[in-house]
Design a protein around this ligand. Sequence first.
Ligand code: T3D
Length: 259
Amino acid sequence: MTDYSAITFDVEDDIAILRLNRPDKMNALNAQMRAEITDATIAAARSARVLVLTGRGRAFCAGQDLSDAGNVAALDLERVLRDEYVPMLRAISDCPIPTIAAVNGAAAGAGANLALAADVVIAADSAYFTQAFTRIGLMPDAGGTYWLPRQMGAAKAMGAALFGEPIGAEDAAAWGMIWEAVPDTEFDAHWRSRAAHLASGPTEAYRHLKSALRATWSNDGDTQLDLEAKLQGACGQTRDFKEGVVAFLDKRKPSFEGR
Ligand code: T3D
């Protein structure tokens, strides 16, 4: 699938930019957008060294498309989550290259949790996150009950889920929910610069550190030490490690090829 309409997808200088593209609906997620995000995320892993997810217009993503009340009420939510949301979220969290959610505006419901599936969340100061689910009689899904307590602790996660109040970018950063909040005027240049940094970094080391940091949630200490040894062994076999050491000794910036 390359003929996207609910998103745009471009790759330049090893940076893949996936932009949610339903601005009149605050980039709300419908079946087509979910399928396109899944497809493009898998494509990005083959064609780029970093993936950025962002939104067109004034929102990042308003969660599930609620515009057709009759259809939404008739949805088999369990099926939609299992067949459409889970593959999309797995594609992002299993993506071997670093992923950045550049949150340009409102991130509501599954839209907030789509952002949290990325490795790094960078939000504009005016952006906010809301677990809007309870306002329409639902509970958080799309990975919210997994990521929220891990990122900001049980107390804040429970409050965020129960009240569904907007959490501003600065609070989100202070609470550990996201990596950083950035002034609106600097936002675009800033996430592009972060993406460029990762796109020129040691891609294999990023891949291995991502899998180690994900695995830590279910491993005990001994298992994690064993995993680190194995994955560091693999990093040690890369050209980028050799280049990193030589560059250090030469007192110059390393030129990583990503292998
Ligand atoms: O299995 C399943 O399918 C279940 C999965 C559920 C996952 C979920 O995500 S449930 C949660 C769904 N999302 C929400 O409940 C959020 C709904 N939206 C809002 O609360 C607000 O729109 C925002 C907080 C995101 C932004 O507020 P504001 O005041 O800046 O904008 P607005 O005026 O409310 O919205 C602007 C337009 O976007 C408006 O359309 P109009 O009147 O200009 O034609 C609004 O209807 C539309 N819009 C916003 N969110 C959605 C949406 N249209 C469809 N679906 C939306 N989710």
